[in-house]
Design a protein around this ligand. Structure first.
Ligand SMILES: *[C@@H]1O[C@H](CO)[C@@H](O)[C@H](O)[C@H]1NC(C)=O
Ligand SMILES: *[C@@H]1O[C@H](CO)[C@@H](O)[C@H](O)[C@H]1NC(C)=O
Ligand SMILES: *[C@@H]1O[C@H](CO)[C@@H](O)[C@H](O)[C@H]1NC(C)=O
Ligand SMILES: *[C@@H]1O[C@H](CO)[C@@H](O)[C@H](O)[C@H]1NC(C)=O
Ligand SMILES: *[C@@H]1O[C@H](CO)[C@@H](O)[C@H](O)[C@H]1NC(C)=O
Length: 683
């Protein structure tokens, strides 16, 4: 292939890669950058070569100005179009990156003033570039003097001139001390590190931090290319006006530019390697039931007299004796007749005080009581005005020996209209149709909590065809339907089986997320992911190699070694919810407070704060979807909340790791310097 053929091919590749809407890979490897830079250098030489053919006639005394201008316009057009290709997908997102970094990330992440400096210098180059495009697209409108002046100031060694600013930008990104840690001082790396430390607070970015860093890098790499373009064309101007020969300068500029680009690429690669890849949702500005969150109904605080808790109607024991019981009757139609009965189990009964005022909730409410005020002054729930009017409830003595006390128990009242089921069926993307999971949410349908997935077609280089994005319809069965089986189709949360494992699950390298499901391990609800290997270059899944993957660790797992020695495998640790109140009452935004390999127990809200009338955690049902869409390699289920509140159970998405695909080494053996390429003549 001739040189121009190669360039055309590369150009076509660049074009192609620009149609990849998520992780535009145009500047992700050294070869691409090298080619872009060489391309631009080459273009400037082409102009010169066309105007002054290599064996040009010494007698040609007058520079053909018109021809020069025409060629100049053509080539600048071509180059700026090329730069625009990189910019285009990115134009709005440029601000988005800045906006996210400045406004969404905590202030301490601003890395002193370096970030501000960086934006200042980037804007300087950008506005110079706009001027450059303006001048060069209609050179005849400007005096030669203006153009010459522009070219000279572009190349000046002045502190405010392009060469120096590019160097400053570079030194901000990759600080100067040339030792092993040089990339650890890079602003990209520090940003990644700080983001990682604060990652339990960073939400709603719609992009993973890795994506964000890549976009930041791309902004900077484009600035390098813009600066380089201006310098090369300025040299060509000056050469044209016979101010000098500049062959050496052109070479030097090219070498410097390539060396900066290569260091920057190495810096971003290192930063991307440690940058978190999770995406999760912040609390919405306003919590809306069944729109941003839902909840399950497992146990509820329930006031019952001892006399009703045993089949013989005796009062010989105390409340605590009844750790596991049920309601056997309603003695003399007392308070028991005034409240919604508990048809299920009674657990964890306790004695608080003998006499109390109960403020019952409206009959259509899920609560039984608004609050309970005991005579000893204790109040369970938030005491307010009681629209229904309070009811006085007093314990009594039976034959002076036995106190028939009212106990505060938890009622685990379970029938087919309860909201406490989890779907156990597979939820997979259409792998045969080359579709992968691109987002997810929890939903409640027919009282059953399902994972619903968003899927989209995989494209080459980790792209997703955004016009194929759709939510896959979730199952629509009801637990009373025929052939629907507990433990197979669904799981019921109840007092004895109320644990859910909290895990982040990530696919092995080269695999993408193609499914999710809940299963039961021990008595715990546990998340599983389905992963499918794929070919990065062709963007094709290999469906027959799909696997289900999960963390099997149970509460206390031990493993025996070959010689019978016991290895303590990392145990699951319970995430304790301390005196949990209703989570939507919290004024502060939730933060992630769980870790992978923990578990939590669904439980009633705190007695004092809420009379134990709700089950926490609540369930966040906001969709978790990267924007723009991108392939995922994993998912997680975690808890977010605030101390003293029940918080939310929520899903997170883990984006595919693009870092291994960033190639900092050039794979091209073509020498960098192409100035003597004779193809300049045959274009
Ligand atoms: C420019 O200078 C180089 C050596 O520095 C020389 O080989 C080349 O012929 C010169 N080109 C022109 C057009 O004068
Ligand atoms: C389930 O229990 C609730 C109250 O405890 C009752 O209102 C409802 O009718 C019951 N549903 C069925 C199907 O039994
Ligand atoms: C994306 O999907 C649409 C609709 O299926 C299709 O027409 C289009 O060609 C696809 N684009 C790519 C780049 O595959
Ligand atoms: C689920 O099925 C019921 C009846 O079988 C239907 O009325 C309802 O619209 C369906 N819901 C969805 C979301 O498909
Ligand atoms: C991936 O796909 C490309 C293009 O179709 C092919 O050349 C390459 O051999 C494939 N790689 C593997 C590991 O199958």
């Amino acid at each position: 292939m001739s040189k121009s053929g190669v360039l055309l091919f590369i150009f076509a590749l660049l074009l192609l890669s620009n149609d990849i809407n998520c992780f535009d890979f145009g500047l992700s490897n050294m070869a691409d950058i090298l080619n872009t830079i060489k391309d631009i250098g080459f273009d400037t030489l082409k102009i010169y070569g066309l105007v002054y053919p290599i064996q040009h006639d010494a007698k040609l005394e007058f520079p053909p100005v018109r021809k020069f201008e025409k060629q100049l316009i053509n080539y600048i057009n071509a180059v700026s179009r090329k730069i625009d290709f990189y910019d285009r997908n990115f134009e709005n997102k440029n601000n988005f990156v800045l906006d996210t970094i400045v406004t969404k990330l905590p202030e301490k992440l601003m890395l002193d003033s370096r970030m501000n400096d960086l934006w200042k210098y980037i804007n300087q180059i950008d506005s110079a570039y706009q001027n450059f495009i303006r001048y060069s697209l209609s050179p005849s409108k400007y005096e030669q003097y203006t153009l010459e002046d522009f070219a000279k100031s572009t190349l000046s060694s002045n502190l405010n001139a392009i060469p120096n600013i590019l160097e400053i930008i570079h030194r901000i990104v990759v600080p100067t001390q040339w030792n092993e840690n040089v990339f650890h001082n890079s602003i990209l790396y520090l940003l990644a590190k700080h983001i990682k430390e604060a990652s339990n607070q960073i939400c709603n970015t719609e992009q993973s931090s890795q994506q964000l860093l890549y976009n930041l890098y791309k902004t900077i790499a484009l600035i390098e290319i813009k600066g380089y373009t201006m310098m090369q064309f300025s040299l060509t101007f000056l050469k044209f006006y016979k101010i000098g020969n500049f062959t050496k300068e052109m070479e030097e500029i090219q070498e410097q530019s390539i060396s900066r680009a290569s260091e920057m690429l190495r810096a971003v690669k290192m930063a991307m390697a440690i940058a978190p890849r999770d995406i999760w949702k912040c609390d919405p500005s306003k919590h809306k039931p069944e729109s941003t969150f839902t909840n399950i109904k497992m146990v509820q605080g329930y006031i019952v007299n001892e006399v009703d808790m045993n089949p013989l109607g005796t009062c010989k024991e105390n409340c605590e004796y009844y750790s596991y019981s049920r309601v056997y009757g309603c003695y003399q139609n007392q308070f028991c007749n005034e409240q919604r009965p508990c048809n299920g189990k009674l657990v964890n009964c306790q004695y608080v005080d003998s006499d109390m005022w109960i403020c019952p909730s409206e009959s259509k409410s899920d609560r039984r009581y608004e609050y309970v005020e005991y005579e000893n002054g204790r109040t369970y729930g938030k005491k307010g005005t009681c629209n229904q009017g309070t009811t006085k409830v007093d314990s009594w003595w039976r034959w002076l020996f036995w106190h028939c006390s009212y106990c505060m128990c938890f009622c685990d009242d379970h029938n087919s209209s309860s909201h406490r089921y989890f779907n156990l069926r597979d939820v997979s993307s259409d792998v045969q149709d080359n579709k992968v999971v691109t987002g997810m949410k929890l939903i409640k349908r027919n009282q059953i909590i399902h994972i619903q997935i968003q899927q989209g077609k995989l494209l080459p280089y980790g792209g997703i065809n955004s016009s194929t994005i759709e939510w896959k319809e979730a199952d629509n069965y009801s637990i009373t339907d025929q052939n629907i089986k507990e433990h197979v189709d669904y799981h019921t949360i109840m007092w004895e089986k109320r644990a859910i494992d909290l895990d982040d699950l990530d696919a092995p390298e080269g695999h993408l997320l193609t499914g999710l499901k809940f299963r039961i391990i021990g008595a715990h609800l546990n998340l599983e992911i389905r992963t499918t290997p794929f070919n990065f270059t062709s963007g094709k899944l290999i469906p027959e190699k799909s696997l289900w993957d999960s963390h099997d660790n149970t509460e206390a797992s031990e493993m025996y070694g070959l010689n019978g020695e016991i290895h303590q495998v990392k145990k699951r640790i319970e995430l304790q919810l301390n005196k949990p109140d209703i989570p939507t009452r919290s004024l502060a935004q939730s933060v992630i407070d769980s870790q992978t390999n923990q578990f939590l127990l669904f439980q009633p809200t705190d007695l004092e704060k809420d009379a134990a009338q709700n089950t926490v955690p609540f369930i966040d049902i906001q969709p978790v979807i990267p924007n723009p869409p991108m392939p995922l390699s994993g998912a997680g289920i975690f808890h977010k909340g605030r101390e003293g509140y029940g918080g939310f159970l929520a899903l997170k998405a883990i984006t595919y790791n693009f870092e291994p695909h960033m190639h900092a080494e050039s794979s091209l053996s073509v020498p960098v310097n192409s100035k003597n390429d004779d193809s300049v003549n045959n274009v």
